[in-house]
Each structure stands twice: as structure tokens, then as C-alpha cells.
Design a protein around this ligand. Structure first.
Ligand code: ZN
Length: 434
């Protein structure tokens, strides 16, 4: 069996942010890196969050009877008063003006993760609380886990409300009951977590003062073994180190395995904050998040100039690697680096409908195959070689205006570093002369 597949098999266990299991995964990866011949540094960091300790939801029917539904509270959302709250129930199928005119003071059921603009409209309309759904209508209690979602950091400037997650099957049951009101309680407690990044520096042989960062997160969400998301990326970075040991790069490579990506890009945020002073030497950041499945296409997110996307496309054609590219911000650790003004190229894998189980118990080794992992690792090695060995670095250190705006939206004006950075200076084309 190939080494990369073997490593991923060993790493395929639940390893959520700040837990013993995450630490165990970090130690395993650090040992693998040591056995390759490098000295990994384990950089610890801590952060706080408000986790739900009590979350209840009860439907009050027309005849006064009640029915309880299992729910989880959203991490970092707002508590109810200790005695709980009661509000009328509304199913917000879409953010149309008719629906929005009817939700004042109500607890609303909705489906998708909220964008900043959507949440702004809910707040303006005066909602009391909201419920999101998890899973599919085919779930049973036995074959599904009720996830604990997170109230995203970029929504905090609008003020949090109590927020819950319910199984989609229970949302259907709740709608059938047509409850008059819902009673709900949410109690939160501040929890302090310790997590860690693994950092390895491979000094450049000729241009050591210029650095390429290559990273992948190794944590998983609770309930999930995270083989696809993102044990696959973590072991690809380990393979890359094996490659760089045998073929030292001209520029410096800093490889980072990030902890706590799943709880809000904590590892990459901590790294950038701690190493701010040296980020000016970083020419670009390469990230891998999701891979190794027998199903689905390779996707490359380019958070850099159009010229960079064309350069990536040309390289794909030259070496014959099949992938689609898009000029976008990927919701992963690469976004943090780009928010600091560093261009990033981020690899992921899209699954066909019904063939991807991100953030569930079904993200395990079942669909992972060595051939895909090896092909992805091969592409990563080529990409890194070309960047580190180029005479002139092919990726301009510039983030175009549209992506700057996307980054500020993604992180929220108050937290985004990009919001404080001046637009990158670009050389104007020189007039052509004979
Ligand atoms: Zn991921």
C-alpha cells in the first residue's frame, strides 16, 4: 500500500479542535515529518468560544399540548433569559419582501448558512431567534448526527440572537404540526481551547529570503473522521516534504499543518498574527483542503490576479493534470493569508450530488483511493517546484479589487486585515520601444 494512503488511514479518526484527539493527530503528523528528516515545530495557540450547554425547543400546539424536538445551539450565538423565551414560529422559505414583512418578534426556520446581507435583513425585520437545519430528509436518528453549528464571526457586528440547529427530518415534523408558538432556551458557557499548528521550514538553496507557504488543516469536525476533509490535504503536505528533502527548493518553503480550521480558521489566523513581522517575505500561499476521493472533480481556487489564474491553467495544460480553476476566495486557511495581502492558490475537490459527505460521519476512508491521492500530491509537488525554482516569481503579490471586497465581506469589516490595507501597487505597462 502506498505511504500516502497508509498515512491517511492512520489519520482517519475524529479530531475536533482543541481535543486530545486533535493533539494526537498533530503528534502523529509531527512524527511522520521527523521520520522524513525534518524538525517540525509545534506552535500552540488558544482561543475562547461560547459553547451551548443547554439548548431546548418545544412546539406549543393549538390545543395547548406540547412536543419537544432535539436541537443544538449555535456556538457563539446569544443566550435566552434563564427561564427561556417564547415566540411565534415562521418558516422563512426565501428572503422575499413578503416573508420578511411577517417575521417581527418571531423565531424563524431557515435552511442555508446566512450571508452577512441575509442576516442584516433578518435583524432589520426584527427576528427573535432562528433555527437552521442539518442533514437530509432520508436521515434516521440512528444514521445521522445533529451537528453543532457556529454563529459566524462576521455576523457579530449586527448583534447575535439565539440560534439553533435541528435535523431536517424534525423540521418537516415541526412544519406538519403547525405550532402556534415555540418555547426555547439556550444557555452558553465560555470555553478556552488549546490547539496547535505544525510548522516545518525547508530553507531555500539560492533565494532563502523569499518564502512560499504550503498548508493544509488536519482537524476534523465532531462525528467525522475527516479523511476527505482534510486528512487528504495534510498527508499531501507530508508527501511534499519527502519530495523537497530529495529535491531542495531554490526559495524557502514553510509547510504548515493547521489546527482548528473547522472552528473558524483559528490555526491560520493565529499563525498570521504571530508571524506578522515576517509575512512580507511570503510570496504566495498554497493550500490543500479536501481531496483523495474516487468521485468528483479537482478544483483550484485562485485568490490572486487573473494573470495568476492563466499561469495555473497553462501549467495544468503543460503537465496534463485535469482541474478547473476559479478566481475566488475559498472558505479555508488560504483566505486568512490572502486577507493579509498574500496571493493564494487553494486546491479542493468537488463531489457529485449524493457522493460527498462533508462534515458528517460518512467522511471516512470508504471513497478514498491511493491513485487520486498520489495524483493530487504529484500536482502539488510540481506546482511548488515551479514556484520555488522560477527565476522570476510568476505570481504578482497583488489581490485584485473584486477579491479584496470578497475578503472584507467574508471576514467582516471589523475583523478583516484587508480592510486596513492600501490597494496593492501595480507596475503600469511601459510604452513599447524599438
Ligand atoms: Zn476543510
Amino acid at each position: 500500500m502506498s505511504a500516502i494512503y497508509q498515512r491517511l488511514s492512520t489519520l482517519s479518526f475524529t479530531r475536533p479542535s482543541g481535543t486530545e484527539e486533535e493533539r494526537k493527530a498533530a503528534n502523529f503528523l509531527a512524527n511522520e515529518i521527523t521520520s522524513i528528516g525534518f524538525k517540525p515545530e509545534i506552535e500552540e495557540f488558544s482561543y475562547e468560544r461560547n459553547i451551548p450547554v443547554t439548548a431546548t425547543l418545544e412546539a406549543v400546539l393549538e390545543d395547548g399540548s406540547t412536543k419537544v424536538f432535539p436541537v443544538t445551539g449555535l456556538i457563539d450565538s446569544a443566550p435566552t433569559p434563564p427561564e427561556g423565551s417564547e415566540a411565534e414560529f415562521f418558516y422563512l422559505k426565501s428572503f422575499d419582501e413578503v416573508s420578511l414583512s411577517k417575521i417581527q418578534g418571531k423565531i424563524v426556520l431557515l435552511h442555508d448558512r446566512l450571508s452577512h446581507e441575509e442576516y442584516r435583513r433578518l435583524r432589520k425585520a426584527g427576528i427573535a431567534a432562528y433555527i437552521t437545519t442539518s442533514g437530509t430528509v432520508r436521515d434516521t436518528y440512528e444514521n445521522s448526527d445533529l451537528e453543532t453549528g457556529r454563529f459566524r464571526d462576521n455576523l457579530h457586528d449586527l448583534g447575535a440572537v439565539p440560534a439553533f440547529t435541528i435535523r431536517l427530518i424534525d423540521a418537516v415534523a415541526l412544519l406538519r404540526l403547525q405550532p402556534k408558538k415555540l418555547r426555547y432556551t439556550l444557555r452558553l458557557e465560555t470555553q478556552s481551547l488549546i490547539s496547535q499548528n505544525i510548522v516545518v521550514t525547508v530553507p531555500g538553496t539560492e533565494i532563502p529570503e523569499e518564502t512560499l507557504i504550503v498548508g493544509a488543516h488536519y482537524d476534523s469536525v465532531p462525528f467525522s473522521k475527516g479523511a476527505w476533509d482534510n486528512g487528504a490535504g495534510a498527508v499531501q503536505v507530508v508527501s511534499l516534504l519527502e519530495h523537497l528533502r530529495d529535491r531542495p527548493p531554490r526559495r524557502t518553503v514553510t509547510a504548515i499543518l493547521f489546527g482548528s480550521e473547522e472552528t473558524g480558521l483559528r490555526g491560520s489566523s493565529s499563525y498570521c498574527f504571530q508571524h506578522q513581522a515576517t509575512l512580507s517575505s511570503v510570496k504566495a500561499m498554497i493550500n490543500v483542503d479536501v481531496g483523495g476521493s474516487i468521485l468528483g472533480k479537482e478544483i483550484i481556487f485562485v485568490t490572486a490576479t487573473e494573470q495568476t489564474e492563466v499561469w495555473v491553467q497553462s501549467l495544468l495544460k503543460e503537465i496534463g493534470y485535469a482541474a478547473v480553476t476559479t478566481l475566488k476566495v475559498m472558505s479555508s486557511d488560504s483566505a486568512v493569508f490572502s486577507d493579509y495581502g498574500i496571493p493564494s492558490i487553494s486546491m479542493g475537490q468537488g463531489a457529485p450530488r449524493g457522493g460527498g459527505y462533508m462534515h458528517t460521519r460518512y467522511d471516512n476512508m470508504d471513497l478514498i483511493v491511493p491513485q487520486v491521492l498520489e495524483a493530487e500530491a504529484g500536482w502539488l509537488a510540481t506546482l511548488v517546484d515551479r514556484l520555488t525554482d522560477a527565476v522570476v516569481f510568476p505570481v504578482p503579490r497583488s489581490i485584485p479589487e473584486k477579491l479584496r471586497k470578497d475578503l472584507i465581506d467574508y471576514f467582516g469589516k471589523r475583523r478583516s486585515i484587508m480592510a486596513t490595507l492600501p490597494p496593492s501597487e501595480e507596475d503600469k505597462p511601459l510604452p513599447f520601444r524599438f
